[in-house]
Design a protein. Structure first.
Length: 231
């Protein structure tokens, strides 16, 4: 297994073309250890989500090196990127649930992305993932009958159900109360300790920073501070 499943070296990124072209990331260097829980913080517009989507194979790498699970992302083929995405779990602030599917059906879809097709096994795994997030009484509820926080927990369960090697999360706890937020972070940390799952989370949620193994601070597209906890 890779000691550093997420790395970047002199990673730069721009938006726009011509005179409207603007640099969003400047010479990003980072190495995130396997099994760690890393928080990515900084003011709005500092480049956090841009960096997350580059490292998560959701944007093309323009300049510099970004490696995920030992694979170079710069100039990677679409086939390679698809295979890498199957090893990731994505959690975003927008839950993006299918309104016509129940909670357990939405989570089961997360397994289909990973190529799992055993219906009986998938249903058990989805139910277990939802139960971990306190939703065992809501398995067969449609999103319209769930609160905002419950919808977000379904989305988190969907990202976790396939036992991904890396979890990329963008403000996943913003809609959650204190107890639910703490439970999510505890689950992610337990996955890191038990399975070596690596989490990179963009957050403004100060409630969870004390639980992070490391905190990377971005300002104006640059990493200006790296704090390692427990070191």
């Amino acid at each position: 297994m890779d000691q550093f499943p997420i790395t970047a070296t002199r990673l730069n990124h721009w938006f726009g073309t011509g005179e409207a072209r603007k640099q969003a990331l400047f010479d990003i260097d980072l190495s995130i250890p396997r099994g760690s829980f890393t928080a990515l913080v900084g003011p709005s517009g500092s480049g956090k989500t841009t960096l997350l989507t580059l490292l998560g194979c959701l944007r093309d790498v323009q300049e510099g090196s970004a490696q995920l699970l030992g694979h170079e992302l710069n100039a990677a083929s679409e086939t390679d990127l698809i295979l890498l995405r199957r090893r990731l779990g994505f959690i975003f602030q927008a839950h993006n649930l299918h309104e016509s599917l129940t909670a357990i059906q939405n989570v089961t879809m997360g397994l289909q992305v990973h190529g799992r097709v055993d219906d009986q096994w998938s249903a058990r795994a989805a139910a277990h993932s939802l139960a971990l997030l306190g939703l065992s009484e809501r398995l067969h509820y449609l999103p319209a009958n769930l609160s905002g926080g419950q919808k977000q927990r379904v989305a988190i369960a969907r990202a976790l159900v396939g036992n991904p090697d890396v979890i990329m999360a963008d403000e996943p706890t913003a809609a959650l109360d204190r107890d639910s937020s703490a439970n999510v972070v505890n689950i992610l940390k337990r996955l890191g300790q038990a399975r070596g799952t690596t989490t990179l989370m963009v957050t403004h949620d100060n409630r969870i920073l004390d639980q992070a193994d490391r905190i990377l601070t971005l300002e104006d597209g640059r990493i200006v501070k790296e704090e390692v906890r427990g070191a």
